[in-house]
Structure formats: C-alpha cells, structure tokens
Design a protein around this ligand. Sequence first.
Ligand code: HEM
Length: 368
Amino acid sequence: MTQDIFSYYSKMRCEDPVSFNRESGSWDVFDYEDVYYVLMHNEIFSSDPSYSGRVPDGRRGPGASFITIDNPDHKELRNISAPFFLPSSIEKYSEHIKKISSGIISSLKPDQDFISGYAVGLPVNVISDLLGVPESERQMFKTWSDYIIGNRRDGGFDQINRYMYAKMSEIFSDKQGDDIMSVINRGSFKSAPLSNEQKIGYVMLLVIGGNETTTNLLGNMVKVLSENPGIQELLRENREYYKNFIEETLRYYSPIQFLPHRFAAENHVLHGRQIKKGDKVSIWLGSANRDEKAFDNPEEFMINRRKNNHLAFGMGVHMCLGAPLARLEAEIGLGDILGKFDSIKVNRKKSKMLDNPMVYGFSELYLE
Ligand code: HEM
C-alpha cells in the first residue's frame, strides 16, 4: 500500500503541471485549476474521441454511451434519466438499499475478503434492483458487468452478451412505470424513440459507471477508518459526521484517479503549453484533489474540512450522474460497516491494492 502516487502528483504539480506523456501519447494535467478548467470547457476539451482522428469501435453514437458525446446530443440523452438520479428521487430507494446492504453484510465473515464479500455486492445488487433484474439473473448480470468493465477477458463475452440482450429486451418490453427501465424505455433522441440497441447502451453506461467506482469508495472508506481510529470513534458516536467523512474520502482517495478521454477540439494554450486540435488530454482528478493551492493541508485527512470542492465526481456537463446514488450507498454502507466491526484495522499483509493507475482501491481487503 503505497503513497507514491501522491508524491508523484506533488512533484508534477511543482515541476510540470501540464506535461506531454510520451508513453500514453497524451497531455497530463495535474493542477486543480487546470483540471477544473478542462472539465468546465467541454467545447474546447471534448469528450468525443473522433477529434483524435481515431474512433474506437462502439464508442461513438447515441447507442454507445453519452459519456463520449458532446452537447447538445449528450444533454438530450443524459436528460432522459437525469430526473431519476436527483437526490430527492434516489432518496426513495433508501429503505431498499438498507435491506440489500444489511443482507450482504450479515453473511460477511470476519476473516473474509471485504471487497468480494461486500463492496462488490452492494452496488451490483442495488443497480440490478433498480433495473429490475430478477434475483435468478443476478449472477449472470454480475458476470456480464464484469465483462463490460473489463475485469474478465476470456472468450465467453459473446454468449453472455447475447443472453443479456435478450433478457434486457424482455425486461424493457413490459416497463411502463416510474422506475429507471421505464424511464429509459420511454426515452427519445432527436424526436425518435430510443432503439433497443440505444436502450441497452444506456443500461451499460450505468453499469460501467456505478459498480467498480462505488466498490472502491467502500473499500477506501475502510482504509481511512483503519488509518484513523479516532475518526472511527467519532463516527460511532455521531452520525452527523458521515457526510463529511464520505466527501473527504472521495477527495483523499478518489476512486477514479484520472480521466483519460478528453480531446482538444481546437488549438488551445493551457498553463503556457500549446495543445493542438486533436491532442489527447488526461485529467488527473486524484492530483487536483491533493493540490495545496485548492485545499488547506491536502495530504491530511480532515473530517472537519470546511471547503471541500473535490473533483472525484468530475465537474461540468459530464459530472457524475450517479453521484447521489453513490453517496447514499456509501452512507448506508458506512453505518453497516461500523455496526459489523467493533474495531477496524486493515490486515496490510494480506490485502492488495488494484494494479491500475486509473483507479484507486483494493483488489482484496482483509481486516485483522
Ligand atoms: C463513488 C462512485 C462514483 C465515482 C467516483 C464516479 C465518478 C465519475 C466521474 C469522475 C465521472 C465524469 C466522467 C467524465 O467527465 O468524463 C462520472 C460520470 C458518470 N457516472 Fe459516475 N461515479 C460514481 C458512481 C456512479 C454511479 C453509482 C452511477 C450510476 C448508477 C454513475 C453513473 C455515471 C454516468 C452515467 C456518468 C456519465 C455522465 C455524463 O457523461 O453526463 N456513477 N462518474
């Protein structure tokens, strides 16, 4: 469990805050102010990979995912489900999520891996519940989402993808209520109803966006609790600190460390560096969230932090659609974690961090 990436960010912010990375072939942006600027200027720093001259298969067009589309098309697609994801709408699912969480945590054994035993299951079950995936199909849904996220790479994808397409189409066929599938079912784009392909693309984006990120947030909360026994005590005595704790965890150990997909739509000078139209830009949220120019004592976990405008959910037009759901799951999860374990201490020898610079979290997490 290394802190090295954070020292690396600090060095880069000091020496070369906007630098060209030959290995990835993209500009790396490290300062809060610049990361914020890129996020807020989607018309200059587009999310559409076609600006790079190379359009990866299935990564463009409304059938794929609106995370790689610019406005106005992006907005039209996002708005189909945006009202559903408002905090006031998501709050309605609170009791449901509590039931799911307590069910999973009660079967977690003290010596079991927390990630596979709880942190993976909570978001997967919550999203499949919201999508109306029946209990009997949950395991299949989980395998499908692992393929989509890229956690599985064997040759079984086509078969399971065909199966899930048929299953999703079946679920869509009788959805006329106010749940998320019905909302997507009624959706239209450029005055035409969404095709089946587009609807399933929409579901895939929710699966990709919501599962691994929330899993990592839950694991990272345990890491912070382990590193700060005093905070454990504070939270046990006072639920009012839950929200601050979650926001500070998002800042301190951001589940997504960088976003690799912005493309310059025009020539632009950023922090004195000439970025050319078509250049790829990676924005380092994890570094921005530790920038001393934006946060007091950024290397310190401060549960009482007053101003915490972290960028863990991004910012601007593509800001995380599922943030209210992730926050609610984290809040319910935190209560259940503190209730389950009297004292939380990570077993550093047995636990492993993920080996992927884009995400921050555990692949395996054992408690002592
Ligand atoms: C702790 C958990 C989460 C983190 C850290 C996270 C982070 C992010 C970030 C940084 C973005 C911005 C991407 C960009 O600007 O290119 C994003 C977008 C998105 N997220 Fe999340 N996310 C989380 C949970 C969720 C959940 C639970 C869902 C839904 C079920 C979700 C759905 C989405 C969607 C649909 C987008 C695309 C929004 C758009 O392009 O307009 N996320 N997320």
